[in-house]
Design a protein around this ligand. Structure first.
Ligand code: SF4
Length: 405
């Protein structure tokens, strides 16, 4: 997979924030060396989030996120500001663009405080320095005590400060790399071990291709020197009925958990793609506790089923049919379900007794963690599809054993 094909969720996310007409879009275009974002002297031109995937030397694959102005007071302001907040939820770092001709003020101060609360590291890019006299330039820290973040003087027009800004981004990205979570699966086996991936080719499987969690898991096994063996259900039976030595680990699609559990001998560790993603992208302990808390649900309780992307529900769809059926059987009655799909996520989760989230393969770790933290802050238990299915079939302990949980 070339860098250009790195899935968005695996890229370092950089949100460009600031007032309307501070030059966020122009700065993105200058960094990307092409017209990515809509640029206009008319304030408020960026009305929606714009993403640009690119590579920054030293930072690797990144995605630049253009956002509407934080000082928008138009009729559409509420919706636009909500979108900016969503961008912050998934941002690994933020570039706050300040107009050198107007300087910082209350909007920036509020933004710095919000970013600090959300623990998003930031760089202040003082833009339009081509329009101000050098003596009026805003960079000396003595004139700006509102944040300790690096101040970099830039001009989207002349490209002044561009290299310095790219270097500052690379430094933040390198720090973030050090804080990365565990690999997807590479630490659960030794080089040369065989790892079986069970991929049922049923009605849910897209024609002619694997889905992203499967592709990423295979890639991670290969990156760590393992032998990835992908099988369907029939081949899995053949594999364990012969004289083959046992593989180190079996990873199944969660929807086939029950059947696979019966085929794979108990001595062979078994887990699922979505449980691997739970550990890789989120707070594993929180999600396990959320799965255990499913025991406390009672008929009539409310559960949110959240998916991070939109797709047409198909017959026996996992989110709308299978999981509700399994949960209803587990609690002995009907739960009250609400569904949320795509980039939106409810602000108020306190209404629910449980949140069941998909594996979140389309989200970066930051965005997934923001969703988990929102549930924890509201005092609501949260778990994911794989753990829910394992818990409903009574095989959660087996599915977690490989993680020594
Ligand atoms: S629903 Fe969730 S796990 Fe499934 S493809 Fe979309 S983001 Fe990935």
């Amino acid at each position: 997979m070339s860098l250009n094909q790195t899935p968005r969720a695996s890229r370092y996310h950089i949100a460009f924030l600031g007032r309307m007409n501070s030059g966020k879009s122009s700065l993105i275009n200058a960094l990307a060396d092409q017209d990515v974002a809509v640029v206009s002297p008319v304030a408020g031109t960026t009305t929606d989030i714009v993403h640009k995937a690119m590579e920054i030397h030293g930072a690797g694959p990144v995605v630049l996120i253009d956002t509407p102005g934080i000082d928008d007071v138009s009729l559409l302001a509420t919706a636009r500001i909500a979108r900016t907040r969503q961008a912050i939820e998934k941002a690994d770092c933020a570039i706050v663009v300040v107009d050198a001709t107007t300087g910082e003020g209350e909007p920036e101060r509020e933004l710095y405080a919000y970013l600090e609360e959300k623990q998003v590291p930031l760089i202040v890019a003082v833009n339009k320095t081509d329009l101000v006299d050098d003596k009026l330039s805003l960079s000396p820290r003595s004139r700006h005590s509102v944040t300790n973040a690096p101040y970099i003087e830039v001009s989207a027009k002349t490209h002044r400060g561009k290299e310095e800004l790219l270097r500052a981004i690379s430094t933040l990205a390198a720090k973030a790399e050090e804080r990365q979570g565990p690999p997807l699966v590479g630490d659960l086996f030794d080089p040369g071990d065989r790892v079986i991936l069970v991929i049922p080719l049923d009605a849910q499987a897209p024609k002619g291709r694997l889905i992203l969690p499967q592709v990423q898991t295979i890639r991670d096994i290969l990156d760590h020197g393992g032998i990835a063996i992908a099988v369907g259900m029939e081949q899995l039976k053949q594999l364990f009925s012969g004289k083959n030595s046992a593989p180190r680990l079996v990873i199944t699609d969660s929807q086939a958990f029950k059947e696979v559990d019966q085929i794979v001998p108990p001595a062979t560790p078994l887990t699922s793609f979505s449980i691997l993603f739970a550990r890789h992208k989120g707070d594993f302990d929180l999600l396990v506790k959320g799965a255990q808390a499913l025991d406390l649900l009672r008929p009539g309780d409310s559960a949110l089923i959240a998916e991070a992307c939109t797709h047409h529900p198909i017959e026996d769809d996992i989110g709308t049919v299978k999981i509700p059926r399994l949960l209803n059987a587990k609690v002995g009655g009907e739960l009250n379900y609400k569904w949320q799909k795509g980039g939106d996520y409810p602000e108020d989760l306190a209404f629910f007794q449980a949140v069941i989230h998909c594996g979140g393969c389309m989200l970066n770790r930051k965005a997934m963690c923001s969703r988990l933290e929102a549930a924890a802050a509201a005092g609501v238990s949260i778990t994911n599809y794989g753990m829910t299915i394992a818990a409903c079939h009574g095989i959660l302990p087996r599915a977690l054993e490989v993680f020594q949980w």
